[in-house]
Design a binder for this molecule. Structure first.
Ligand SMILES: Cc1cc2nc3c(=O)[nH]c(=O)nc-3n(C[C@H](O)[C@H](O)[C@H](O)COP(=O)(O)OP(=O)(O)OC[C@H]3O[C@@H](n4cnc5c(N)ncnc54)[C@H](O)[C@@H]3O)c2cc1C
Length: 1010
């Protein structure tokens, strides 16, 4: 199998994922101009809608249940959350607590009948009764669910069992069979009802986190293809049943950055499946997943096509799903068509709208993209669907498969297809759209209908089920509105062929409203955006600044002291403007700084971009905060007097920053001190002076007077100590180890001069508490990111994972599998940029850190149980520490903070309060992760924990400026929190000025009656 480089494949053909929505919508409207007669669509679709409402399909129960309890309501949300979590909870205590917690938020009473006052059909009836009953019987407080009387406990357990049963039934609606054999039998029954019915079986399971899971899913696909093939060989793939596969199920690293792994590991697996499908002449379709995987999936398609053209040139069954909700969907269709043409093949293309819309929106906001990769108005997606359909119908290399439950979309497709006269098929999901398709398939000219048929057990159903519940319960979705008789057929079938509407969503860069711009990010999954960053790895680093002597440091302090008055007198608005100009300049120079961060700081590209954004955010946030908070304030008081509170810089601030965030922390400290009116002696870590130097230059270029900021490099023990001990030191802002913070504190205490403030941010023994309602896959993602990203060299990093004993073995197995997937390497390898991009874990900062960590790991090997260790190539042994996890017997065995990729794990049982107390007893208090679906429990833990930052059901690193103000308590720091609203005040002196305005003879204002 050839392994072409990923670079240079799309930069000429595919646009960037984010484009101006209005422009693109206008373009699509132009393409459809005069081609779709929407009045005909309404005429076709209205009778279908009426018929379904008159005579609902068997699965109507689900739709009407979700109409009663849409996901926008507390009840719908409770239903979804229970469906997502309850079935996987192994212990009764947690199941009780979870049910009580969720049902306690909802009110299901009085909903036992549908809009016509008729009883629900069996399914929704059972579900709502169970839920209703649960609500009545369960104690109010989730944590105490097990503490009630015997009767209550028996009642509660019964109700939980009923709720579990109801959710299983809900789930079953969407699954054709628990095994492929069962599904094939039911498929035969479907076919007996209508000869034009086909199926595409989907073996449930996605997003494998370990290779063992991926191999398991692979076997399920292979087994399914064999079983489908055994039913007989169709004349053409479109005539028979087929299979749909998710590439994220077949490889735990199906990510664009991991192309080498995809080529080496996924492709052979995929080829085996393709060979089997081709030999059986059945349709094999690659499902569409998150937008960041799109370009990769096109590369995979190209490779597969080359193989098929060489091996099975007659087979016409290879297929791909394309999501119309992506703004570049039309160009993707052009690209897929071009691939088919190039290899002389015909593809089967399933056109869908797309299942991950909410996730796409969140990702774009988190990454700070200039817009969204998906349309932000549902009608734009509908329009795009029609424009894409038009392209598919016109391409002879494509057999179009239109997957939708929307009557308007179906009617429009039928109309367009008639005009083209091309063969095509329609598709629906099992458990959805039954009613509409019952009507569509009654037409004499009905095309074939393929049912996407999930197969599998409950364990693998949950992610899929949640997507279906969201879809059925979302107000914008067709199936949801169909069940709501208040929505008239005209409304339901409203034309999407209208002028673009303005998005109600804020653009990712305007997340913070008019107050400040969000920092601009990059979509590294898009080649066009990635290439300039990779190119920057080849730019040689500048020379390092020379170290100052102790005398030089003292001289710098003297000069800064002399400059203070002038800088402090600079108008606040001008000081803010410097920060804003610096933010813009830094944003423009993202590639350059990313290259430098990778080379000097060992940062991965993703981490480098995130760090640059953080620095940009610091500049904008502190500028905004300064403008809002540091201006003089008039205070209330008696007449005849004016009272004003003024804030000013304290003098010379010494800012000492660490190497692990050589840009963000350095910049954050320095600009906060500057904007408050201080002059600053900035001492970067010895390991990373170049990044600091570049940023200082950038500040000066942005208009900061040279005299206001001095970069003073050198060792902490000598140069740093000299700065702190200098009589002009009016305050210290320090981020680093607890020991050094204490040493600085002692130095300051010994000074005979004024008592000056110390803002210290130090380390942490950060814990993550996981109970048995948590989703193991989510936990594993959070653990791996929090413990091992940046090689564990973050003060917020996870050090201590506390797993509930009922899920510990399972989660640990998955953690070990996910650790085996991590790639250690050099993120600044300019000779092999694809390799640089693939790196998850870079080097530790220096030989001293390496030696210290190695010593501690050797100790842990003696004292604790080794759980897993990431494989480390021999050539990296002296620079890298392989991510490693150890199990301890108890939390009290935790010693000091190991600043590297070393994870400690303990199991817990019993009351969660006691666990929190044990974590508190460690004395640190920086970050805490909590994984539970029991909302009350999460809040209770947060309240009890003595930590600065609590993260629930996510990773616990990467605090965002102004969103998650960062900093801890206890041994972890003094506060105030960086990136928070109280930070700047600590850099300020205060002065209250009182003027007796009546002094000169009397109170003129009062007498004038004003
Ligand atoms: C057979 C089949 C296979 C499928 N395979 C996949 C797949 O591989 N990958 C995948 O991602 N999806 C897939 N889907 C699509 C997905 O699961 C939904 O079923 C589909 O998007 C619903 O579209 P609709 O036309 O039935 O409903 P409609 O109600 O007309 O459309 C709902 C869709 O509109 C979009 N939408 C909702 N709100 C907005 C908004 N504010 N702005 C813009 N767009 C919005 C979303 O895509 C949403 O799903 C598949 C669907 C079918 C029927």
């Amino acid at each position: 199998m050839p392994t072409p480089a990923l670079a240079d494949r799309f930069s000429d053909r595919l646009p960037t994922p984010v484009r101006d929505e209005a422009t693109q919508v206008s373009r699509l409207l132009g393409e459809l101009q005069g081609r779709v007669d929407w009045s005909a669509v309404i005429a076709t679709g209205t009778p279908w809608v009426d018929a379904v409402r008159r005579q609902p399909a068997p699965f109507w129960a689900m739709e009407s249940l979700l109409r009663e309890y849409p996901i926008s309501s507390a009840e719908g949300l409770a239903l979804m959350r229970l469906a997502e979590a309850l079935l996987r909870v192994p212990d009764t205590e947690t199941a009780l607590a979870l049910t009580a917690d969720q049902l306690g938020r909802a009110d299901f009473s009085g909903h036992a009948a549908d809009a016509h006052g008729q009883a629900h059909p069996m399914l929704s009836g059972l579900a709502s009764q169970a839920i209703h009953l649960s609500k009545k019987l369960l104690p109010e407080d989730g944590e105490d669910a097990h503490g009630g009387g015997l009767l209550q406990r028996l009642g509660a357990k019964t109700v939980v069992a009923a709720t579990v049963r109801a959710i299983q039934l809900l789930g079953r609606q969407f699954v054709l069979g628990q095994s492929i054999a069962e599904a094939l039998t039911r498929a035969d029954a479907n076919r007996r009802e209508h000869a034009l019915i086909r199926h595409s079986f989907d073996m449930l399971g996605e997003g494998a986190r370990t290779d063992a899971d991926a191999l398991h899913y692979g076997r399920a696909y292979a087994n399914a293809i064999r079983a489908i093939a055994a039913k007989g060989r169709p004349a053409r793939p479109e005539d028979g049943d087929g299979i749909s596969i998710k590439l994220s199920a077949l490889d735990a690293r199906y990510e664009p950055a991991q192309f080498a792994t995809v080529a080496r590991r996924l492709m052979p697996r995929l080829l085996d499946l393709v060979n089997a499908a081709a030999a059986a002449n059945i349709n094999l379709t690659i499902d569409a997943e998150e937008s960041e995987r799109l370009e990769l999936s096109l590369v995979v398609l190209d490779l597969l096509a080359a193989h098929v053209a060489a091996t099975f040139p007659q087979w016409q069954g290879l297929g791909l799903a394309i999501q119309a909700y992506q703004t570049r969907a039309p160009e993707v269709i052009d690209e897929v068509t071009a691939i088919a043409r190039r290899h002389g093949l015909r593809f089967m293309v399933r056109l869908v709208k797309g299942a991950y819309w909410d996730g796409e929106i969140k990702r774009a906001q988190e990454l700070g993209l200039p817009g969204y990769p998906v349309w932000t108005d549902k009608r734009h997606t509908d329009l795009s669907y029609l424009a894409c359909a038009q392209r598919l119908l016109a391409a002879p290399e494509i057999y179009p498969q239109f997957a939708t439950h929307n009557a308007g979309t179906i009617a429009a497709i039928l109309e367009r297809a008639k005009a083209h006269g091309t063969p095509f098929e329609l598709q629906r999901l099992h458990g959805m759209g039954e009613g509409i398709y019952r009507e569509v398939m009654r037409r004499p000219d009905a095309p074939p209908l393929r049912i996407y048929a999930p197969v599998g057990e409950h364990r693998d159903l949950l992610a899929y089920l949640v997507r279906r519940l969201l879809e059925n319960g979302a107000n914008s979705s067709f199936v949801h509105q169909l069940a709501d008789e208040a929505v008239t057929p005209q409304m339901l079938l409203a034309s999407p062929l209208r002028a673009p509407s303005r998005s109600v969503l804020p653009m990712p860069l305007q997340l913070f409203g008019a107050v400040r711009a969000n920092s601009k990010g990059l979509d590294l999954a898009a080649e066009r955006e990635r290439l300039p960053l990779l190119a920057a790895l080849a730019v040689p680093m500048p020379a390092a600044p020379t170290d100052a002597s102790v005398e030089g440091a003292a001289a710098a302090m003297d000069a800064l002291h002399a400059a203070h008055r002038g800088w402090n007198a600079t108008p606040l608005a001008d000081r803010c403007a410097v920060l804003l100009r610096a933010a813009d300049a830094l944003e423009r120079r993202t590639s350059e700084f990313a290259g430098l961060l990778a080379q000097e700081g060992g940062k991965t590209l993703g981490d480098a971009v995130a760090e640059i954004r953080e620095a940009v955010d610091f500049c904008r946030y502190y500028a905004e905060q300064a403008a809002a908070r540091l201006a003089p304030q008039t205070l209330p008081g008696p007449t005849g007097e004016r009272n004003e509170l003024r804030l000013h810089g304290r003098g010379v601030f010494v800012c000492i920053s660490p190497w692990n965030f050589p840009l963000a922390i350095f910049a954050g400290q320095v600009v906060a001190a500057l904007v408050a009116g201080n002059t600053v002696a900035a001492k970067p870590a010895e390991q990373t002076p170049r990044v600091a130097q570049r940023f200082v230059e950038l500040l000066h270029d942005a208009g900061l007077p040279l005299a206001a900021l001095a970069l003073v490099c050198g060792p902490g023990e000598t140069v740093g100590a000299a700065l702190v001990a200098h009589p002009s030191c009016a305050g210290v802002c320090f981020t680093g180890s607890t020991q050094v913070a204490k040493a600085i504190n002692r130095t300051l205490a010994q000074s005979d001069g004024p008592i000056v403030p110390l803002i210290a941010e130090t380390g942490g023994l950060n814990a993550m508490l996981v109970d048995s309602s948590a989703l193991p896959e989510q936990v594993v993602d959070a653990v791996v990111q929090s413990a091992f990203r940046s090689a564990g060299q973050r003060c917020s990093a996870l050090r201590l994972l506390c797993l509930h004993e009922s899920v510990a073995d399972k989660v640990l197995e998955m953690v070990a599998g996910a650790m085996a997937e991590l790639v250690c390497g050099d993120p600044a390898n300019a000779a092999d940029t694809a390799q640089s991009w693939a790196v998850d874990v870079g080097p530790v900062i220096d030989a001293e850190a390496h030696a210290g960590l190695s010593r501690n790991i050797a100790r842990l090997e003696r004292e604790a149980r080794l759980i897993a260790r990431t494989p480390l190539p021999e050539r990296l042994a002296s620079t890298h520490i392989a991510p490693v996890a150890f199990e301890l017997r108890s939390i009290s065995e935790m010693r000091e903070e190991l600043f590297g990729p070393v994870l400690h794990v303990v199991r817990w049982r019993g009351a969660v309060d006691a666990l929190v107390d044990e974590v508190n007893a460690l004395g640190y208090g920086l970050t805490l992760g909590v994984h539970t679906r029991i909302d009350d429990r999460a809040m209770r833990i947060a309240e009890r924990a003595r930590v600065g930052n609590v993260y629930v059901n996510r990773n616990m690193i990467g605090a965002v400026v102004g969103v998650q103000p960062f900093g801890g308590e206890g041994l972890s720091g003094t506060g105030p929190k960086a990136g928070g609203p109280h930070y700047l005040y600590r850099f300020c002196g205060e002065q209250a000025v009182t003027v007796n305005t009546a002094a000169a003879g009397g109170n003129a204002t009062l007498l004038a009656g004003l």
